[in-house]
Ligand binder design. Sequence first.
Ligand code: HEM
Length: 138
Amino acid sequence: MTSTTAAQTPQVVTDATPFDQIGGAQTVQRFVDRFYDLMRDDPQYGALRALHADDLTPMRASLAGFLNAWLGGPRDWFVQRPVLCMMSAHAAIPITHETARQWTHAMARAMDEADVAPDLARQINAAFERMSQGMATR
Ligand code: HEM
């Protein structure tokens, strides 16, 4: 009888970063824009929308810039903000577990509607869920 071990499992070795795999800055901006469109237009994200400033334009650029770097792409966003920790940046925002859930729910939809590869989107959103729930304080 044969058994499958980890050593026998075929693996695809690639140098491509998640940023490359997702389709680069254009795709990131596409799903970030969709994310803020959903937040703006769908009442189920009302509590999340209420935490943000009226003008979402700066966030469209900032979240995309952060995610470019976080996914392994250009690091300009961190060069411009050398000491900004994303968890600390949210410490003063009254984030509940419900608004954290709204964030990842809208983001999952945004990635799906922007045609991010489903496997990659699932992995990315699993990380977002951990971050978001870690930001929730009540
Ligand atoms: C847990 C749910 C979250 C809520 C309720 C939330 C809320 C907010 C709010 C209210 C702001 C300030 C926006 C403004 O001034 O209009 C902000 C900024 C920001 N958030 Fe979140 N956020 C959440 C999760 C996340 C996650 C998971 C990420 C990263 C993956 C993220 C990335 C950012 C970035 C990059 C900024 C802008 C920082 C800057 O430009 O200085 N947020 N967030």
